[in-house]
Write a protein that binds this ligand. Structure first.
Ligand code: UD1
Length: 380
């Protein structure tokens, strides 16, 4: 008998987390995986190209929920996912990350009595104004099997009363995708096509609602990007949310026309990885990019006042700069002078995380006598 595993993705940061897990399951006769895309992200630039770059198969099910308020989007995912679950009747649903689709599918699944495995559990920014923090807290409270990327994740879950036997520290699964894609990413010509030399430019991404949804924040960011582009060439692939808000305020052309500022469409996985790998410094408000720069040993200035990924600050190359323009300038000066912060790679971020996840799932969900009742956090 095989384990029927329903794997869920919804938005861009989910794809690099599910791809290695799906690949491992496909090579294992114990599993029968099915891939569901909720359609939270639907633009080709936010979806198609990633499936291609990550060698992901076409989703078996496309729900097409689209954009909306948080309540609308979450509700539409729930409504769309329930019949899928009832039809497929899986042994386990696997959700990744912290997007609205992650929480919505978890809620539906536990209410139908099906076990949920959450990959990237335990991360906490302790900032409940972030929609992702609410998604993380609720998903982890409900999931049956929690895969954490680092020790802080275990500690957060234990503090919240999650039974230790549910927690499995396996490492950061995104690293599996990154290491597999790096040779191809390095061969991309994007940097040269922009007329730039490796290690001569900064790369920036911005999409958090707390940074890009108000006029005041976008005006502050306009000052920041112009100042950075004054110091070194700046490459900036624009998320649709950011582009849309800039357009509404009449600021998009200011950005597009600024000297040394290369405003690009959202990039695919390989092109973005290539851009990151050859950059001198990255500035971002993304979560995953804080981790990817740590792996690539490139200094990252995070334009947020908190992070749910503290290990990237403690061990990696990440520095939180919030909205402090002078801190950004001073860090850039240091980076231009001596390369800036260097770090080490956190334990278990080794490219074999999906194998550990699939092993645990196999032990949990294979038919047969229950395995021994361990009582401590598992280090798989
Ligand atoms: C979502 C995730 C966030 C993740 C980000 C990566 C939540 C709460 N947020 O935020 O954690 O870091 O994805 O991108 O789940 N849009 C398009 N085309 C698309 C998708 C979105 O044009 O394919 C536009 C729409 O105007 C939409 C806006 O972008 O309203 C925001 O999209 P949404 O999925 O709501 O959230 P993100 O900001 O992308």
């Amino acid at each position: 008998m095989t384990i029927k595993a329903l794997c869920v993705v919804g938005a861009r940061p989910n794809y690099m987390k599910i791809a290695p897990i799906l690949r491992c399951m496909e090579g294992n006769p114990a599993f029968q995986p099915t891939l569901v895309h909720t359609g939270q992200h639907y633009d080709a630039s936010m979806y198609d190209v990633f499936f291609h770059d990550l060698n992901l198969p076409r989703p078996d099910i496309w729900m097409g929920v689209g954009s909306g308020s948080h309540a609308e989007q979450t509700a539409r995912v729930m409504l769309g996912f329930e019949p899928v679950l009832l039809e497929y009747r899986p042994d386990v649903v696997i959700v990744v990350g912290d997007v609205n689709s992650t929480l919505a599918c978890t809620l539906v699944t536990v209410k139908l009595g099906v076990p949920v495995a959450h990959v990237e559990a335990g991360l906490r920014s302790f900032d409940r104004t972030m929609p992702e923090e609410i998604n993380r807290l609720c998903t982890d409270a409900l999931a049956d099997v929690l895969f954490t990327p680092s020790e802080d994740g275990d500690a957060n879950l234990l503090r919240e009363g999650i039974p230790p036997e549910r927690i499995h520290r396996v490492g950061n699964v995104m690293v599996d995708s990154l290491l597999a894609a790096l040779p191809l990413a390095r061969s991309r010509s994007t940097v040269g096509d922009l007329g730039l030399d490796p290690k001569s430019y900064a790369l920036m991404t911005l999409h958090r609602p707390s940074n890009v949804d108000s006029r005041q924040d976008l005006e502050r960011l306009t000052d920041l990007v112009l100042r950075v582009a004054d110091m070194l060439p700046l490459v900036l692939p624009l998320h649709p949310r950011t582009a849309g808000n800039l357009r509404k305020l009449g600021l998009l052309d200011t950005w597009r026309q600024a000297p040394h500022l290369h405003v690009l469409e959202p990039q695919g996985y390989l092109d973005f990885l290539g851009l990151m790998d050859k950059s001198l410094v990255v500035l971002t408000d993304s979560g995953g990019i804080q981790e990817e720069t740590t792996i690539l040993n490139i200094p990252c200035l995070t334009l947020r006042s908190n992070t749910e990924r503290p290990i990237t600050v403690e061990m990696g190359t990440n520095t939180l700069v919030g909205d402090d323009m002078e801190a950004v300038v001073s860090h850039l000066d240091t980076i231009l002078a001596n390369g800036g912060k260097r770090g080490t790679i956190p334990p278990l971020w080794d490219g074999h995380v999906a194998e550990r996840i699939v092993d645990v799932l196999c032990r949990h969900f294979s038919p047969g006598p229950p395995h021994d009742g361990e009582t401590d956090v598992h280090h798989d």
